[in-house]
Ligand binder design. Structure first.
Ligand code: SF4
Length: 278
């Protein structure tokens, strides 16, 4: 009887785990999608370059007899660097412990692997939005792994203008202090949170203004709230400045009366602030 009920429970859990929706949810959740796609992209890239080399190798030998073995050694070394890089990236992201021995690996990963991964993901039928969201989570795990700590004034909270309620006539782009804390959007509560931790907060109405704000405050780290597209371009624009990304919620569609999980922002603040500065 007991064995029977255990078996029923195990098989129900198994069914749930292997239920197609559950697997898809797991893959698309947070960083897994981007990590899986970037490993596939790397294999694809290696296969493509090997094929290219195989085609041009006889020509290289005609030019100079040592050119073929030299080019093969260069190609193999490149593959080894890429494989070490991706292993460290995956380990860092999954464990949130810093396996990134060199900063250039993050750069390589962000600059080279991101467009290839996005391209391959699109071919495999994933939405750009999902891939970018997953990239933002991977980026956050890099920041967490580095265990970076900052003083209050070294952090900047950067918000998108679409968080403001569309009916609100108060100008808050330059002075968030003008907010009347009416509760019709999350701006008021975010301004209060920034005040509580004495951290600068600003609202950016587009990429150009965001860059101007960053130049003005010169932060050492940014906590940015944005949609997947703006977040990814922002992370890449200001590199090597670390950007902890928080995806906004879009219950009314993109760029209109968006919301944010304030608790998520507070957790990010607490993770980045020195203990005594909280
Ligand atoms: S919380 Fe502030 S910004 Fe939002 S609607 Fe009210 S006054 Fe406007």
């Amino acid at each position: 009887m007991l064995m029977n009920s255990i078996w029923v429970r195990v098989s129900e859990q198994g069914k749930d785990l292997f239920n197609e929706n559950s697997i898809m949810k797991l893959i698309t959740r947070r960083k897994y999608l981007y990590l899986i796609l970037s490993v596939i992209s790397l294999i694809f890239l290696m296969a493509l370059t090997t094929l290219l080399w195989w085609f041009i190798a006889p020509r290289l030998e005609d030019i100079y007899h040592l050119l073929r073995p030299i080019s093969l050694t260069v190609l193999r070394s490149f593959f080894i660097v890429l494989l070490i890089g991706i292993t460290m990236v995956v380990l860092t992201s999954l464990t949130e412990k810093n396996f990134l021995l060199a900063k250039f690996i993050v750069k390589l990963y962000n600059r080279i692997m991101y467009p290839i991964t996005l391209f391959l993901g699109r071919i495999l039928g994933w939405k750009k939005e999902r891939i970018r969201e997953s990239f933002a989570h991977v980026n956050n795990s890099f920041i967490k792994s580095m265990k970076l700590k900052f003083k209050n004034r070294e952090i900047l909270i950067l918000l998108p203008h679409c968080l403001q309620n569309s009916e609100c006539k108060i100008r808050i782009s330059n002075e968030i202090e003008n907010c009347q804390h009416c509760g019709n959007c999350d701006i008021g509560v975010l301004a209060t949170l920034a005040g509580k931790y004495d951290v600068p907060i600003a609202i950016a109405n587009g990429g150009t203004l965001a860059r101007r704000i960053v130049n003005k405050y010169k932060p050492s780290v940014i906590i940015a709230v944005a949609c997947d597209r703006d977040l990814v371009s922002g992370i890449q624009d200001v590199y090597p400045l670390p950007v902890y990304g928080i995806l906004n919620l879009r219950p009314n569609g993109p760029c209109f009366n968006t919301r944010v999980e304030v608790e998520q922002l507070e957790i990010a603040l607490q993770e980045l602030l020195y203990e005594e500065k909280r």
